[in-house]
Write a protein that binds this ligand. Structure first.
Ligand SMILES: [Zn+2]
Length: 282
């Protein structure tokens, strides 16, 4: 089961927060007829036809010992999850990699949905005063997401709880487009799932890897690139972003760290099989 890889000067590791509740694909992908899942059923869905996914972050560390410690996305968080009955395990799994919260220098948020920002801040039991979970981290948030979720018509409780407080806590860095985080590591806008959705690109030692956030959720979308879950804010834009990034990843043989595929199959390549594209786990 591959959960980390070295790409040139960087080690990239998956950091599980929690398995998400099993979902009904007919509810999450309402425009996809049930029979269209048949070619993917054996590996994209469980034996009961439910769709499994994980909530996770990714840790990027320089293998040469210098440079920022980067966490991409902060899971669902410490609250006991109503579906799993368990709190998230992100901090526990970071500790297993030898990383304490104070070690994180940069926290890149792919987008401002609740399962990606859950650990950003902590609240004492019964309290409403947030404090930073990662006291030394600057949180890199796309300004397009920030501006979108500040508008009352786009109310997002997870944004109000876990992202908005970052400004007053002095930990917010709003970014536009491509911004370099470390040598060879940069944000890559892939808008559509949310207005400011972004990936993280790692180019080092002649290899390229990408952390894709919610560019795609199911392994079936690597083949059926126009399938959109109900979570996509702008499906035309998310489809365009998905198609362009996945075709680049295939042509240039990138290693892809997916945001939600189940642990053990979440790292892979996009390959061509006959006329189609497919996911090949590493
Ligand atoms: Zn997500």
């Amino acid at each position: 089961m591959t959960t980390s890889l070295v790409i040139g000067d960087y080690e990239i590791a998956t950091v599980l927060d929690s398995p998400a509740p099993l979902r009904d694909p007919a509810i999450i992908f309402p425009s996809v007829p049930p029979a269209a899942w048949d070619p993917y059923r054996s590996f994209a869905l469980d034996p009961d036809g439910k769709w499994p996914l994980d909530w996770r972050g990714h840790l990027i560390r320089a293998t040469y010992g210098e440079g920022p410690v980067i966490l991409v996305d902060a899971g669902m968080g410490a609250d006991v999850n109503e579906h799993t009955g368990e709190p998230g395990q992100l901090l526990h799994n970071l500790a297993a990699l030898g990383v304490e919260p104070g070690d994180i220098d940069v926290l890149v948020t792919t987008h401002c949905h609740g399962d990606h920002v859950g650990w950003n801040v902590a609240y004492q039991v019964g309290g409403d005063t947030p404090s930073l979970t990662f006291p030394n981290a600057t949180h890199w948030i796309a300004s397009r997401d920030w501006e979108h979720y500040l508008k009352p018509e786009n109310a997002n409780p997870a944004f109000d709880k876990s992202v908005k407080p970052l400004e007053a806590l002095g930990a917010l860095k709003l970014i536009e487009g491509v911004e370099q985080i470390a040598p060879g590591v940069a944000t890559l806008p892939t808008n559509g799932h949310t207005p400011g959705h972004q990936c993280v690109l790692i180019e080092s030692g002649g290899q390229t890897a990408v952390i894709t956030g919610d560019l795609f959720h199911s392994v079936a979308q690597v083949t059926e690139q126009d399938w959109c879950p109900i979570f996509d804010v702008d499906t035309a834009m998310s489809t365009h972003s998905r198609r362009s990034l996945l075709s680049r990843a295939m042509a240039e043989e990138w290693i892809v760290f997916s945001g939600h595929l189940p642990t053990g199959t979440s790292i892979g390549r996009v390959v061509s099989v006959g006329e189609k594209t497919a996911w090949q786990p590493i």
